[in-house]
Design a protein around this ligand. Sequence first.
Ligand code: ZN
Length: 292
Amino acid sequence: MSAFTIGGATATRIEETYEPNFDAGKFFAAWSPAVVREHPWMVSNHYDAERNMLKLSVHSWLLKIGGKHILIDTCVGNHKPRAYRPMWHQMETRYLERLAAAGVKPEQIDMVMCTHLHVDHVGWNTRLDNGRWVPTFPNAKYVFSKEDYDHYLKVDQDPKTGPANGGSFRDSVLPVVEAGLAQMVSGAGALDENLAYDPAPGHTPGTIAIKLASRGQHAMFCGDILHHGVQVYHPEWNSFACLDQDNARQSRRKVLEHCVGSGALLMPAHFGAPFVCHIDGKGDRFMPRWAS
Ligand SMILES: [Zn+2]
């Protein structure tokens, strides 16, 4: 279990899966053999060379601060029908056991934050109970971006485009809203004295970047603004899943600049081991400084 200290906060990685999962050339249009030669550090924590597959972790960050328990991004979830992506179909992982091993039961989670509403960031929002999807964290408020919610509600309700996000909007977002546990946020704002969010549109219309500050130290939870460490070197690279290409690039650069300027630890949702890094800047170029 990887855990990191940021001032008075502890951030623990709660793993759902960590294996080669996406064809590199399909995930990044700009991928080439030359990139592999240029970045040997990717093998094998970030890239499976034999199969030409990216190794993207899927995990949550459990944040403990000031007696509160906060969960950032909630992976794919168990028992969810995702036939369009077989590796995520009807999963049965030990995610909740791993959360328990980090010392937290679902009832103890005070707040859930989704950086955006894609299928691999909302799954554990709900669990199956007698054939119904119910909130997994019954005492939490769930922070969703209003822009993402509005966008995917429209996609979901249009028979030409719905169900949105492979069905995850219906089984992992709507039940939380119907239970009255959702807190929609828009624009930039603060949730408490330690946590704030900035709009970072591009990957999705309402993606938010979550900033933690405690005792002069900083962390940045960037969700899918960056998927893979190679994007630190290539902030112009979008993934196949980025909706608005120009905004995605701009938001990525902004996050990297924030990390350079504040010394924030970058805590993405999918980087391979060691999962987090600081960012060094040189002119308009960036480099990861991996956590030890
Ligand atoms: Zn993701």
